[in-house]
Design a binder for this molecule. Structure first.
Ligand code: GDP
Length: 174
């Protein structure tokens, strides 16, 4: 008899960064295909997932949304712990969120060690409000050893690339 086995790879992705950079929106966009300007978060931790095909493999990505609990290290650290990949997110319109990226990288590294990580500049649709110099963003990416990608979760630009990139790296670095 023929016996077939099918595998789905499963990776957990954490999205970290300051409040209001668009982390929850990115998870909703990727997992549900929706975007809401005034998306009401429930305090607590939400868990969403989506399966995609990457490099000929079925990959299920599971995402923790540690909604609005950025300041509570004790809570969030527990969710970083099992992660296979990380999105470091900041907003093009928020200088503080950009400056905070190295410390977010450290927090994740402390719990997970070196995992595939991508630096994401969100809200690229707000061109006229952008406060981040493109060269500076590239430099930060190089300094942290992360690829820099730009997204507009609102306009659905670049979001899929973020997760495809991470899934592919997870597959190849297993
Ligand atoms: P979080 O606190 O990092 O999870 O951020 P949210 O997902 O709650 O987003 C904060 C606000 O930014 C919300 O009003 C979102 O609708 C808005 N937002 C998220 N992504 C984008 C984007 O790409 N462009 C614009 N213009 N607004 C965005």
């Amino acid at each position: 008899t023929n016996r077939f086995q099918y595998f789905t790879f499963l990776f957990i992705v954490v999205i970290v960064g300051n409040g209001a950079v668009g982390k929850s929106s990115m998870i909703q966009r990727f997992c549900k295909g929706t975007y809401t300007r005034d998306y009401k978060k429930t305090i607590g931790v939400d868990f969403l997932e989506r399966e995609i095909e990457v490099d000929g493999e079925d990959v299920r990505l599971m995402l923790w949304d540690t909604a609005g609990q950025e300041e509570f290290d004790a809570i969030t650290a527990a969710y970083y712990r099992g992660a296979h990949a990380c999105v470091l997110a900041y907003s093009a319109t928020d200088r503080d969120s950009f400056d905070a990226i190295p410390s977010w990288k450290l927090k994740v590294e402390n719990e997970c060690g070196e995992i595939p990580t991508v630096l994401v500049q969100n809200k690229m649709d707000l061109v006229d409000q952008c406060v981040i110099d493109p060269d500076e963003a590239e430099r930060l990416g190089r300094a942290l050893g992360c690829k820099l990608l730009r997204t507009s979760v609102k306009e659905d630009v670049g979001v899929m690339s973020v997760f495809r990139h991470l899934a592919s790296r997870c597959l190849h670095e297993m």
